[in-house]
Design a protein around this ligand. Structure first.
Ligand code: VG1
Ligand code: CO
Length: 543
């Protein structure tokens, strides 16, 4: 079999965003598009020849086609072995787990996360390094620079490998090892939790619903929750992964997880509800009659970590992305833990986890994780909650009420304006950036602004610097507004507006989020001139 060097012309739009290169499937189907980016990655890595790589994805449309191409390119680039999930399936946390367990050079994960799938949907690819985490910015920038200069890629001409059968086959001198996508991950998480307590909880009649949203976590959730932990059959709904996720957004939030929300609000609601996203790294948790905001979830898990065997040795520190609410900061302060604020995106947690400075971290966008892998992990977060519920034997509502009594409640909301013109979005941000220095001390919507700045981050471990990570306005009463543009969209720009307000008084912990944040939302619209810049009078999504 022969390796051929295929000439190509570089693409100019392959800069990785918050979570890798994410584009419409149609763009990935452009001749040489995927190949160009994959070769750029190989060209920037040290030690590709002779290396082992992990490859897998969330099973969406184009997953298998892309994997076949990647395998042939890996062989042509001298990779010795590729570990690939059966049928090309690996959830993002399972891929991270395999990279770490097998000590591979790294891995390629194919996913566009919660973005819709199918021929008219989105696709994505990202490189994770040997620690199992998303490549740091310096590396993704190197991929991008290479993608604009590259003029050829290498690929072997060979028949496709059968990805449907576990076992090792040869592809032009490279070993392709097809593995069960669930086994290693299931074994890892079983070692982290008090599984006997969780099994006893289910045996006591506790009921839950896990909505896999026809995305990658279905087989993981069935194996772990139903087979290993004894949850009744049928606990997992929408458990069969589909290439187009059944036509839905596999995005676990109140807007998109309708089947779960309907069950949790129905007459015979179970004790606990959860959902995960397209690639299995996000989570949403709910109790009967209560939705747990992701920022609160992080805070509750930090406060209750001592009930979980993996954290018996203590937490050392915690981290949250900047726009995530400061609920976890209050827990960290009370428990004497270090608390870090990072830019949006999981790659910034990696160094802190590797250095042992933190053991738990999360984002407001339904992402929670810990030091067992280097990705956020949806099913792991659900198991954390189950472990805490099993240890404490309280309802989710009681746990939340207790948490807010102890630490105060941080009301939180995010408003997204989607598909706005890039130029209008940039103008809005530039305009507000220019006005930031003058805002401190001014009154806005009945509050006084204490400080206004643009977030920049210096990594405390390697000293690398990330600028322009969101505009922040802090008020004297503890409320906060953050503005930033999404780095994961595939058409136009998305403006995200993050709102939070601290309420120490337990008598005022029963407000709806709308009641609690309505005036702050109006102030946010006003301060940034959202109507003037975008013509929009309402956000498209509120989470
Ligand atoms: C969004 C979220 C961010 C998350 C990222 C990737 O990014 O806000 O918190 O890390 O998605 O999540 P952005 O730039 O669109 O705000 V996933 O589940 O796509 O890996
Ligand atoms: Co995801």
């Amino acid at each position: 079999m022969t390796a051929v060097t295929q000439p190509t012309t570089p693409f100019t739009d392959q800069r990785p965003g918050t979570s890798g290169l994410r584009k419409a499937v149609r763009v990935f189907e452009t001749p040489h598009y995927l190949e160009n980016f994959v070769q750029s990655i190989f060209d920037c890595l040290d030690g590709v020849a002779g290396a082992t790589l992990v490859v897998g994805g969330d099973g969406r449309y184009h997953n298998r086609t892309a994997i076949r191409t990647i395998l042939k390119m890996a062989a042509a680039n001298g990779v010795a072995r590729v570990v690939v999930g059966r049928d090309g399936i690996l959830s993002t946390p399972a891929a991270s787990c395999l990279i770490r367990k097998r000590r591979t050079l790294g891995g390629l994960i194919l996913s566009a996360s919660h973005n819709p799938g199918g021929p008219d949907g989105d696709f994505g690819i990202k490189y994770n390094a040997g620690n199992g985490g998303p490549a740091p910015e310096a590396l993704t920038e190197a991929f991008f620079r290479r993608s604009r200069a590259i003029d050829a890629y290498r690929i072997v001409e060979a028949p496709d490998v059968d990805l449907g059968r576990v076992g090792t086959t040869d592809l032009a001198g490279m070993a392709v090892e097809v593995v069960d996508p669930v086994a290693d991950y299931a074994e890892m998480v079983e070692g982290l939790f008090d599984t006997a307590a969780i099994r006893a909880l289910f045996a006591s009649g506790f009921r839950m619903v896990f909505d896999a949203m026809h995305a990658v976590t279905g087989p993981y959730a069935v194996e772990i929750l139903e087979h290993r932990l004894g949850a009744p059959a049928g606990t997992v709904i929408n458990g069969v992964p589909l290439e187009d996720f059944g036509g839905h957004h596999p995005d676990p939030n109140l807007a998109h997880a309708h089947d779960l929300v309907a069950r949790m609000e129905g007459p015979d609601a179970p004790d606990f509800g959860a959902a995960s996203d397209g690639d299995g790294d996000r989570n949403m948790v709910m109790g009967r009659g209560v939705f747990v905001s992701p920022s609160d979830s992080l805070a509750v898990l930090a406060a209750n970590a001592a009930h979980v065997p993996a954290f018996a040795g203590g937490l050392t520190g915690v981290a949250r992305s900047m726009p995530t609410s400061r609920a976890v900061d209050r827990v960290a302060q009370a428990l004497g833990l270090a608390c870090y604020e990072t830019p949006t995106g999981w790659k910034f947690f990696g160094n802190l986890l590797d250095a042992g400075r933190i053991r738990l971290c999360g984002e407001e966008s339904f992402g929670t994780g810990a030091d067992h892998v280097r990705e956020k992990d949806g099913l792991w977060a659900v198991l954390m909650w189950l472990n805490v519920l099993a240890a404490r034997r309280l309802s989710v509502a009681d746990i939340m009420a207790e948490h807010w009594r102890t630490y105060g409640r941080t009301y939180y909301g995010r408003h997204d304006y989607e598909g706005i013109e890039q130029a209008a979005a940039d103008a809005l941000i530039d305009d507000l950036r220019g006005r930031l220095p003058a805002l401190a001390g001014q009154a806005a919507g009945g509050r006084r602004i204490a400080a206004a700045d643009e977030f920049a981050y210096t990594d405390p471990v390697d000293g690398s610097r990330s600028e322009r990570q969101g505009l922040r306005i802090a008020f004297e009463d503890g409320a906060r507004i953050v503005y930033r543009l999404s780095g994961t969209g595939t058409s136009g720009a998305t403006l995200r507006v993050y709102l939070e307000r601290y309420e120490p008084d337990p008598a005022r912990h029963g407000l709806s989020v709308e009641e609690a944040l309505g005036d702050l939302a109006a102030t946010a619209v006003e301060l940034a001139g959202i109507v003037r810049h975008t013509g929009r009078t309402e956000p498209d999504v509120r989470t």
